[in-house]
Design a protein around this ligand. Structure first.
Ligand code: NDP
Length: 332
């Protein structure tokens, strides 16, 4: 039988508009069947703009639709947990945006609800789906730089005006650069290093009610020290990641991005070479893994547990910045 997956969009969001609707429609058998918005008029306009048959104003209404097999949750962060748990209880598979929740208890509750219901849960950490980060992981895990010792992540960007709403003005919606960007850094480093962050130190910068810049160091359980620089207010820094090991260094430039771009170089005793990449759409790549997981053919690219772990690291960074103390990363 042909695989079919009907998506309900929970949240009439920018990320769905810019990336996810197209990436869903690129999957064989996938259809976007409904969208949930708290505002009936905006929801209807969003549905019309994107050729979605139905818009709803209640999650119960969306989940009652038998054409909805899976939900993609891209509301503001304080809403993710209740919506994910409701979706699991209705037997729908869940692809949830990062951060999974605002606190670890809620993130664990999402994982438990999805386990109980026997549905797939994935976290939309797109960077591990990038050809660049997959190549870096392969180099590191294949021993190309010897023992990994240090990492540096450059993820300071200027938020485009249309994304500056709740992210910079609403702490209660999960605004701030740490829950927005540092979570991605943590997940990407976990993926590349195959290691868990265990301790954080950090300082933040804030012009408004939430932090818009952070410099942090994470210690991983394999000994790696990772330096992170994330910001909302830096227009020209460019992004990148570096992994430095006992026998070589990997330099990734322009790779902390939604776009399938960037360059990866390996430097070691043999000299320096550019690693050939075959770039692909990051979100479509994750959705392909999600589709396979729904069919019982493997795991999503970032699981619920991955979402819990990246949130735990981000919360430790926030706590370290607040207290000025070295802070353990606790995922339980
Ligand atoms: P948006 O601000 O675009 O959407 C969030 C919510 O805001 C929507 O659910 C919608 O509410 C409301 N909203 C949207 N547009 C308007 C408007 N014009 N007027 C009033 N309200 C509006 O958020 P993003 O798409 O930037 O982010 C959503 C989630 O996705 C977050 O959790 C974020 O962290 C994550 N994200 C992940 C990315 C990734 O690459 N993995 C990239 C970007 C974001 P309603 O649904 O009620 O209509």
């Amino acid at each position: 039988m042909t695989h079919k997956l009907g998506w309900g969009l929970v949240g009439a969001s920018t990320i769905a508009r810019e990336w996810m609707i197209g990436a869903m429609r690129a999957q064989p058998g996938n259809e976007v069947v409904a969208v949930l918005s708290s505002d009936a008029q905006r929801g209807a306009a969003y549905a019309a703009e994107h050729g979605i048959a139905k818009s709803c104003t209640s999650i119960a209404g969306l989940l009652a639709d038998p054409a909805v097999d899976a939900v993609y949750i891209s509301t503001t962060n304080e809403l993710h947990a209740a919506q994910a748990i409701a979706a699991a209880a209705a037997g729908k598979h869940v692809l949830c945006e990062k951060p999974l929740a605002m606190n670890l208890a809620d993130a664990h509750a999402i994982v438990e609800a999805c386990n109980r219901a026997g549905v797939v849960l994935a976290t939309n950490h797109h960077l591990r789906s990038a050809a660049s980060h997959q190549a870096i992981r392969q180099l590191v895990q294949g021993g190309a730089i010897g023992r990994p010792l240090f990492a540096r992540v450059f993820h300071a960007v200027r938020l485009p005006a249309h994304l500056q709403g709740w992210r910079v003005h609403k702490p209660e919606a999960g605004g701030g650069v740490v829950l927005d960007i540092t979570v991605h850094d943590a997940d990407t480093l976990r993926f590349i290093l195959d290691a868990e962050p265990v301790e954080a130190v950090a300082m933040t910068q804030a012009d408004g009610p939430v932090e818009d810049g952070v410099m942090a160091v994470l210690r991983f359980d394999n000994g790696v020290l990772a330096q992170l620089h994330d910001a909302f207010n830096v227009a020209h820094a460019g992004t990148g990641i570096e992994i430095h090991g006992s026998a070589g260094s990997i330099i990734g430039r322009d790779v902390m991005t939604q776009h399938p771009v960037g360059e990866v170089r390996l430097r070691n005793a043999d000299g320096e070479r550019v690693i050939p990449l075959q770039p692909h759409n990051l979100y479509a790549h994750s959705l392909a893994a999600f589709n396979r997981a729904v069919q019982g053919l493997g795991a999503p690219s970032a699981s619920g547990k991955d979402g819990v772990r990246s949130l735990a690291a981000a919360l430790a960074v926030l706590e370290a910045a607040r207290t000025g103390q070295r802070t353990p990363v606790r995922a339980d």
